[in-house]
Structures are given as C-alpha cells and as structure tokens.
Design a protein around this ligand. Structure first.
Ligand code: URA
Length: 205
C-alpha cells in the first residue's frame, strides 16, 4: 500500500490522505476469486468511491450498474451496498483496474498506465482458469493488449466485440459503465447486459 512507482500518484495520494484521512488512499487491490474464469478490468479508482472504500467500483457511480449487472447474471451474490463490508461475493469473476491508484481528474497519464501494468500482468498470470477478460473502455483495452504482449493494432476497440486470441482467451470489450457514458447514452443498460450475455455464453460453453 506504499507503492511509490508513480511519484505523481503517490503525491496525490498523500494530498488525499491529508484531506480525507478516513479514506483508503492506497492502491486498490483486486476483488474476487483468483480461480475465476472472468477478469473485469476497469480504469482506475474514483476519488470518493474505490479510493474511499478500498474495493474496486465500490461507492463509485459506475459500480451501481456494474454490480447490478453482475448480480443479474449470477456473477455476484448478496446485496451491493456501496461499502466493502456489504457481504457481496463475486462468483466466477474478479475485478481489477488498469491503474490501482486514484489519478487526478480520473485521467491516468500514459506513463502511469505503463508503470501499473506489471500489476495487471500479475493478475492475468495469477488466474489459472481465465477464459474471458472483459475490458471497460479504451484505456483498459489498450493496457490489456500491452500486458498480453500484443500490438495495439491487433484488436481495435469495438464495443461488444468478443475477440478470440491465439491463446484461446476471449477479449470482451465494452464501453466503460461510467456516469458520463450512461448519461450520454453511449452505453445503455441493455447494451451492457448484451455484453454480459455474450460473456456468460462463453463461460458456460
Ligand atoms: N471505480 C473503479 O474502481 N474503476 C473504474 O474504472 C471506475 C470506478
């Protein structure tokens, strides 16, 4: 929790610690079982969400749609309550972020995304039953391709695309379930659920 790999993010964390001492204010660990066949990769913790609670998407606006959808598709059980001790359990899925620390303005720098990538690599390598990686948004998409040692041009980001890699792994791409995307209609609940329909079909295949 004292990672100093990104000096700018470490400094920002210290600022947040002074302002919000009760917050997590540290790299947010992944959530869910490592033997899951599905890994969901978000962008980065939100200030008053995952950065506060210490659990990905928890307390973030984006978490409302994500956890509701996971519950609907049987990938989460219990009642999501925007706090890490709500007892929610993930089944057959794990959630991580491309960048584990809170970035200013919710926008991590390219260098910070690259610096955090070894942790993403660790996630991918540490999941023995991984079948599907779901990326939320372009940044997660690009970072996962880089983590897998692939060219950025190999698989362009297309919402709803289920790309089968040479390794057999499926890369499922979705627009991020952010407040901006849902408010502007770029991502509707139906569109998001459609991606999960494709994913669960693959998981059950
Ligand atoms: N919270 C997260 O943990 N990740 C995101 O990508 C957005 C909100």
């Amino acid at each position: 929790s004292t990672c100093q790999d990104c000096p700018s993010l470490a400094a920002f964390r210290a600022e947040c610690q002074a302002k919000y001492p009760s917050y997590h204010n540290a790299p947010v660990p992944s959530f869910g079982p490592v033997d899951a066949p599905l890994l969901i990769v978000g962008l980065a913790p939100g200030m008053h969400g995952a950065n506060q609670t210490g659990r990905p998407f928890t307390g973030d606006y984006a978490g409302d749609l994500l956890y509701a959808t996971l519950t609907k598709f049987g990938l989460a059980t219990g009642q999501y309550q925007q706090r890490p001790d709500d007892g929610l359990t993930l089944t057959r899925c794990r959630i991580t972020n491309a960048v584990r620390c809170l970035p200013p303005q919710n926008k991590p720098e390219t260098k910070e995304i690259a610096t955090c990538r070894p942790y993403l690599n660790g996630e991918l390598d540490g999941m023995p039953n991984l079948k599907v990686v779901m990326v939320l948004g372009l940044i997660a998409h690009k970072s996962v391709l880089a983590a897998l040692g692939m060219k950025q041009s190999a698989i362009p980001f297309i919402h709803g695309q289920m790309a089968e890699l040479d390794s057999g792994l499926i890369l499922a791409s979705s627009y991020h379930c952010s407040r901006y995307n849902t408010n502007t209609g770029r991502l509707t609940t139906q569109m998001f659920e459609d991606v999960f329909t494709s994913i669960t079909e693959r998981l059950n295949a």
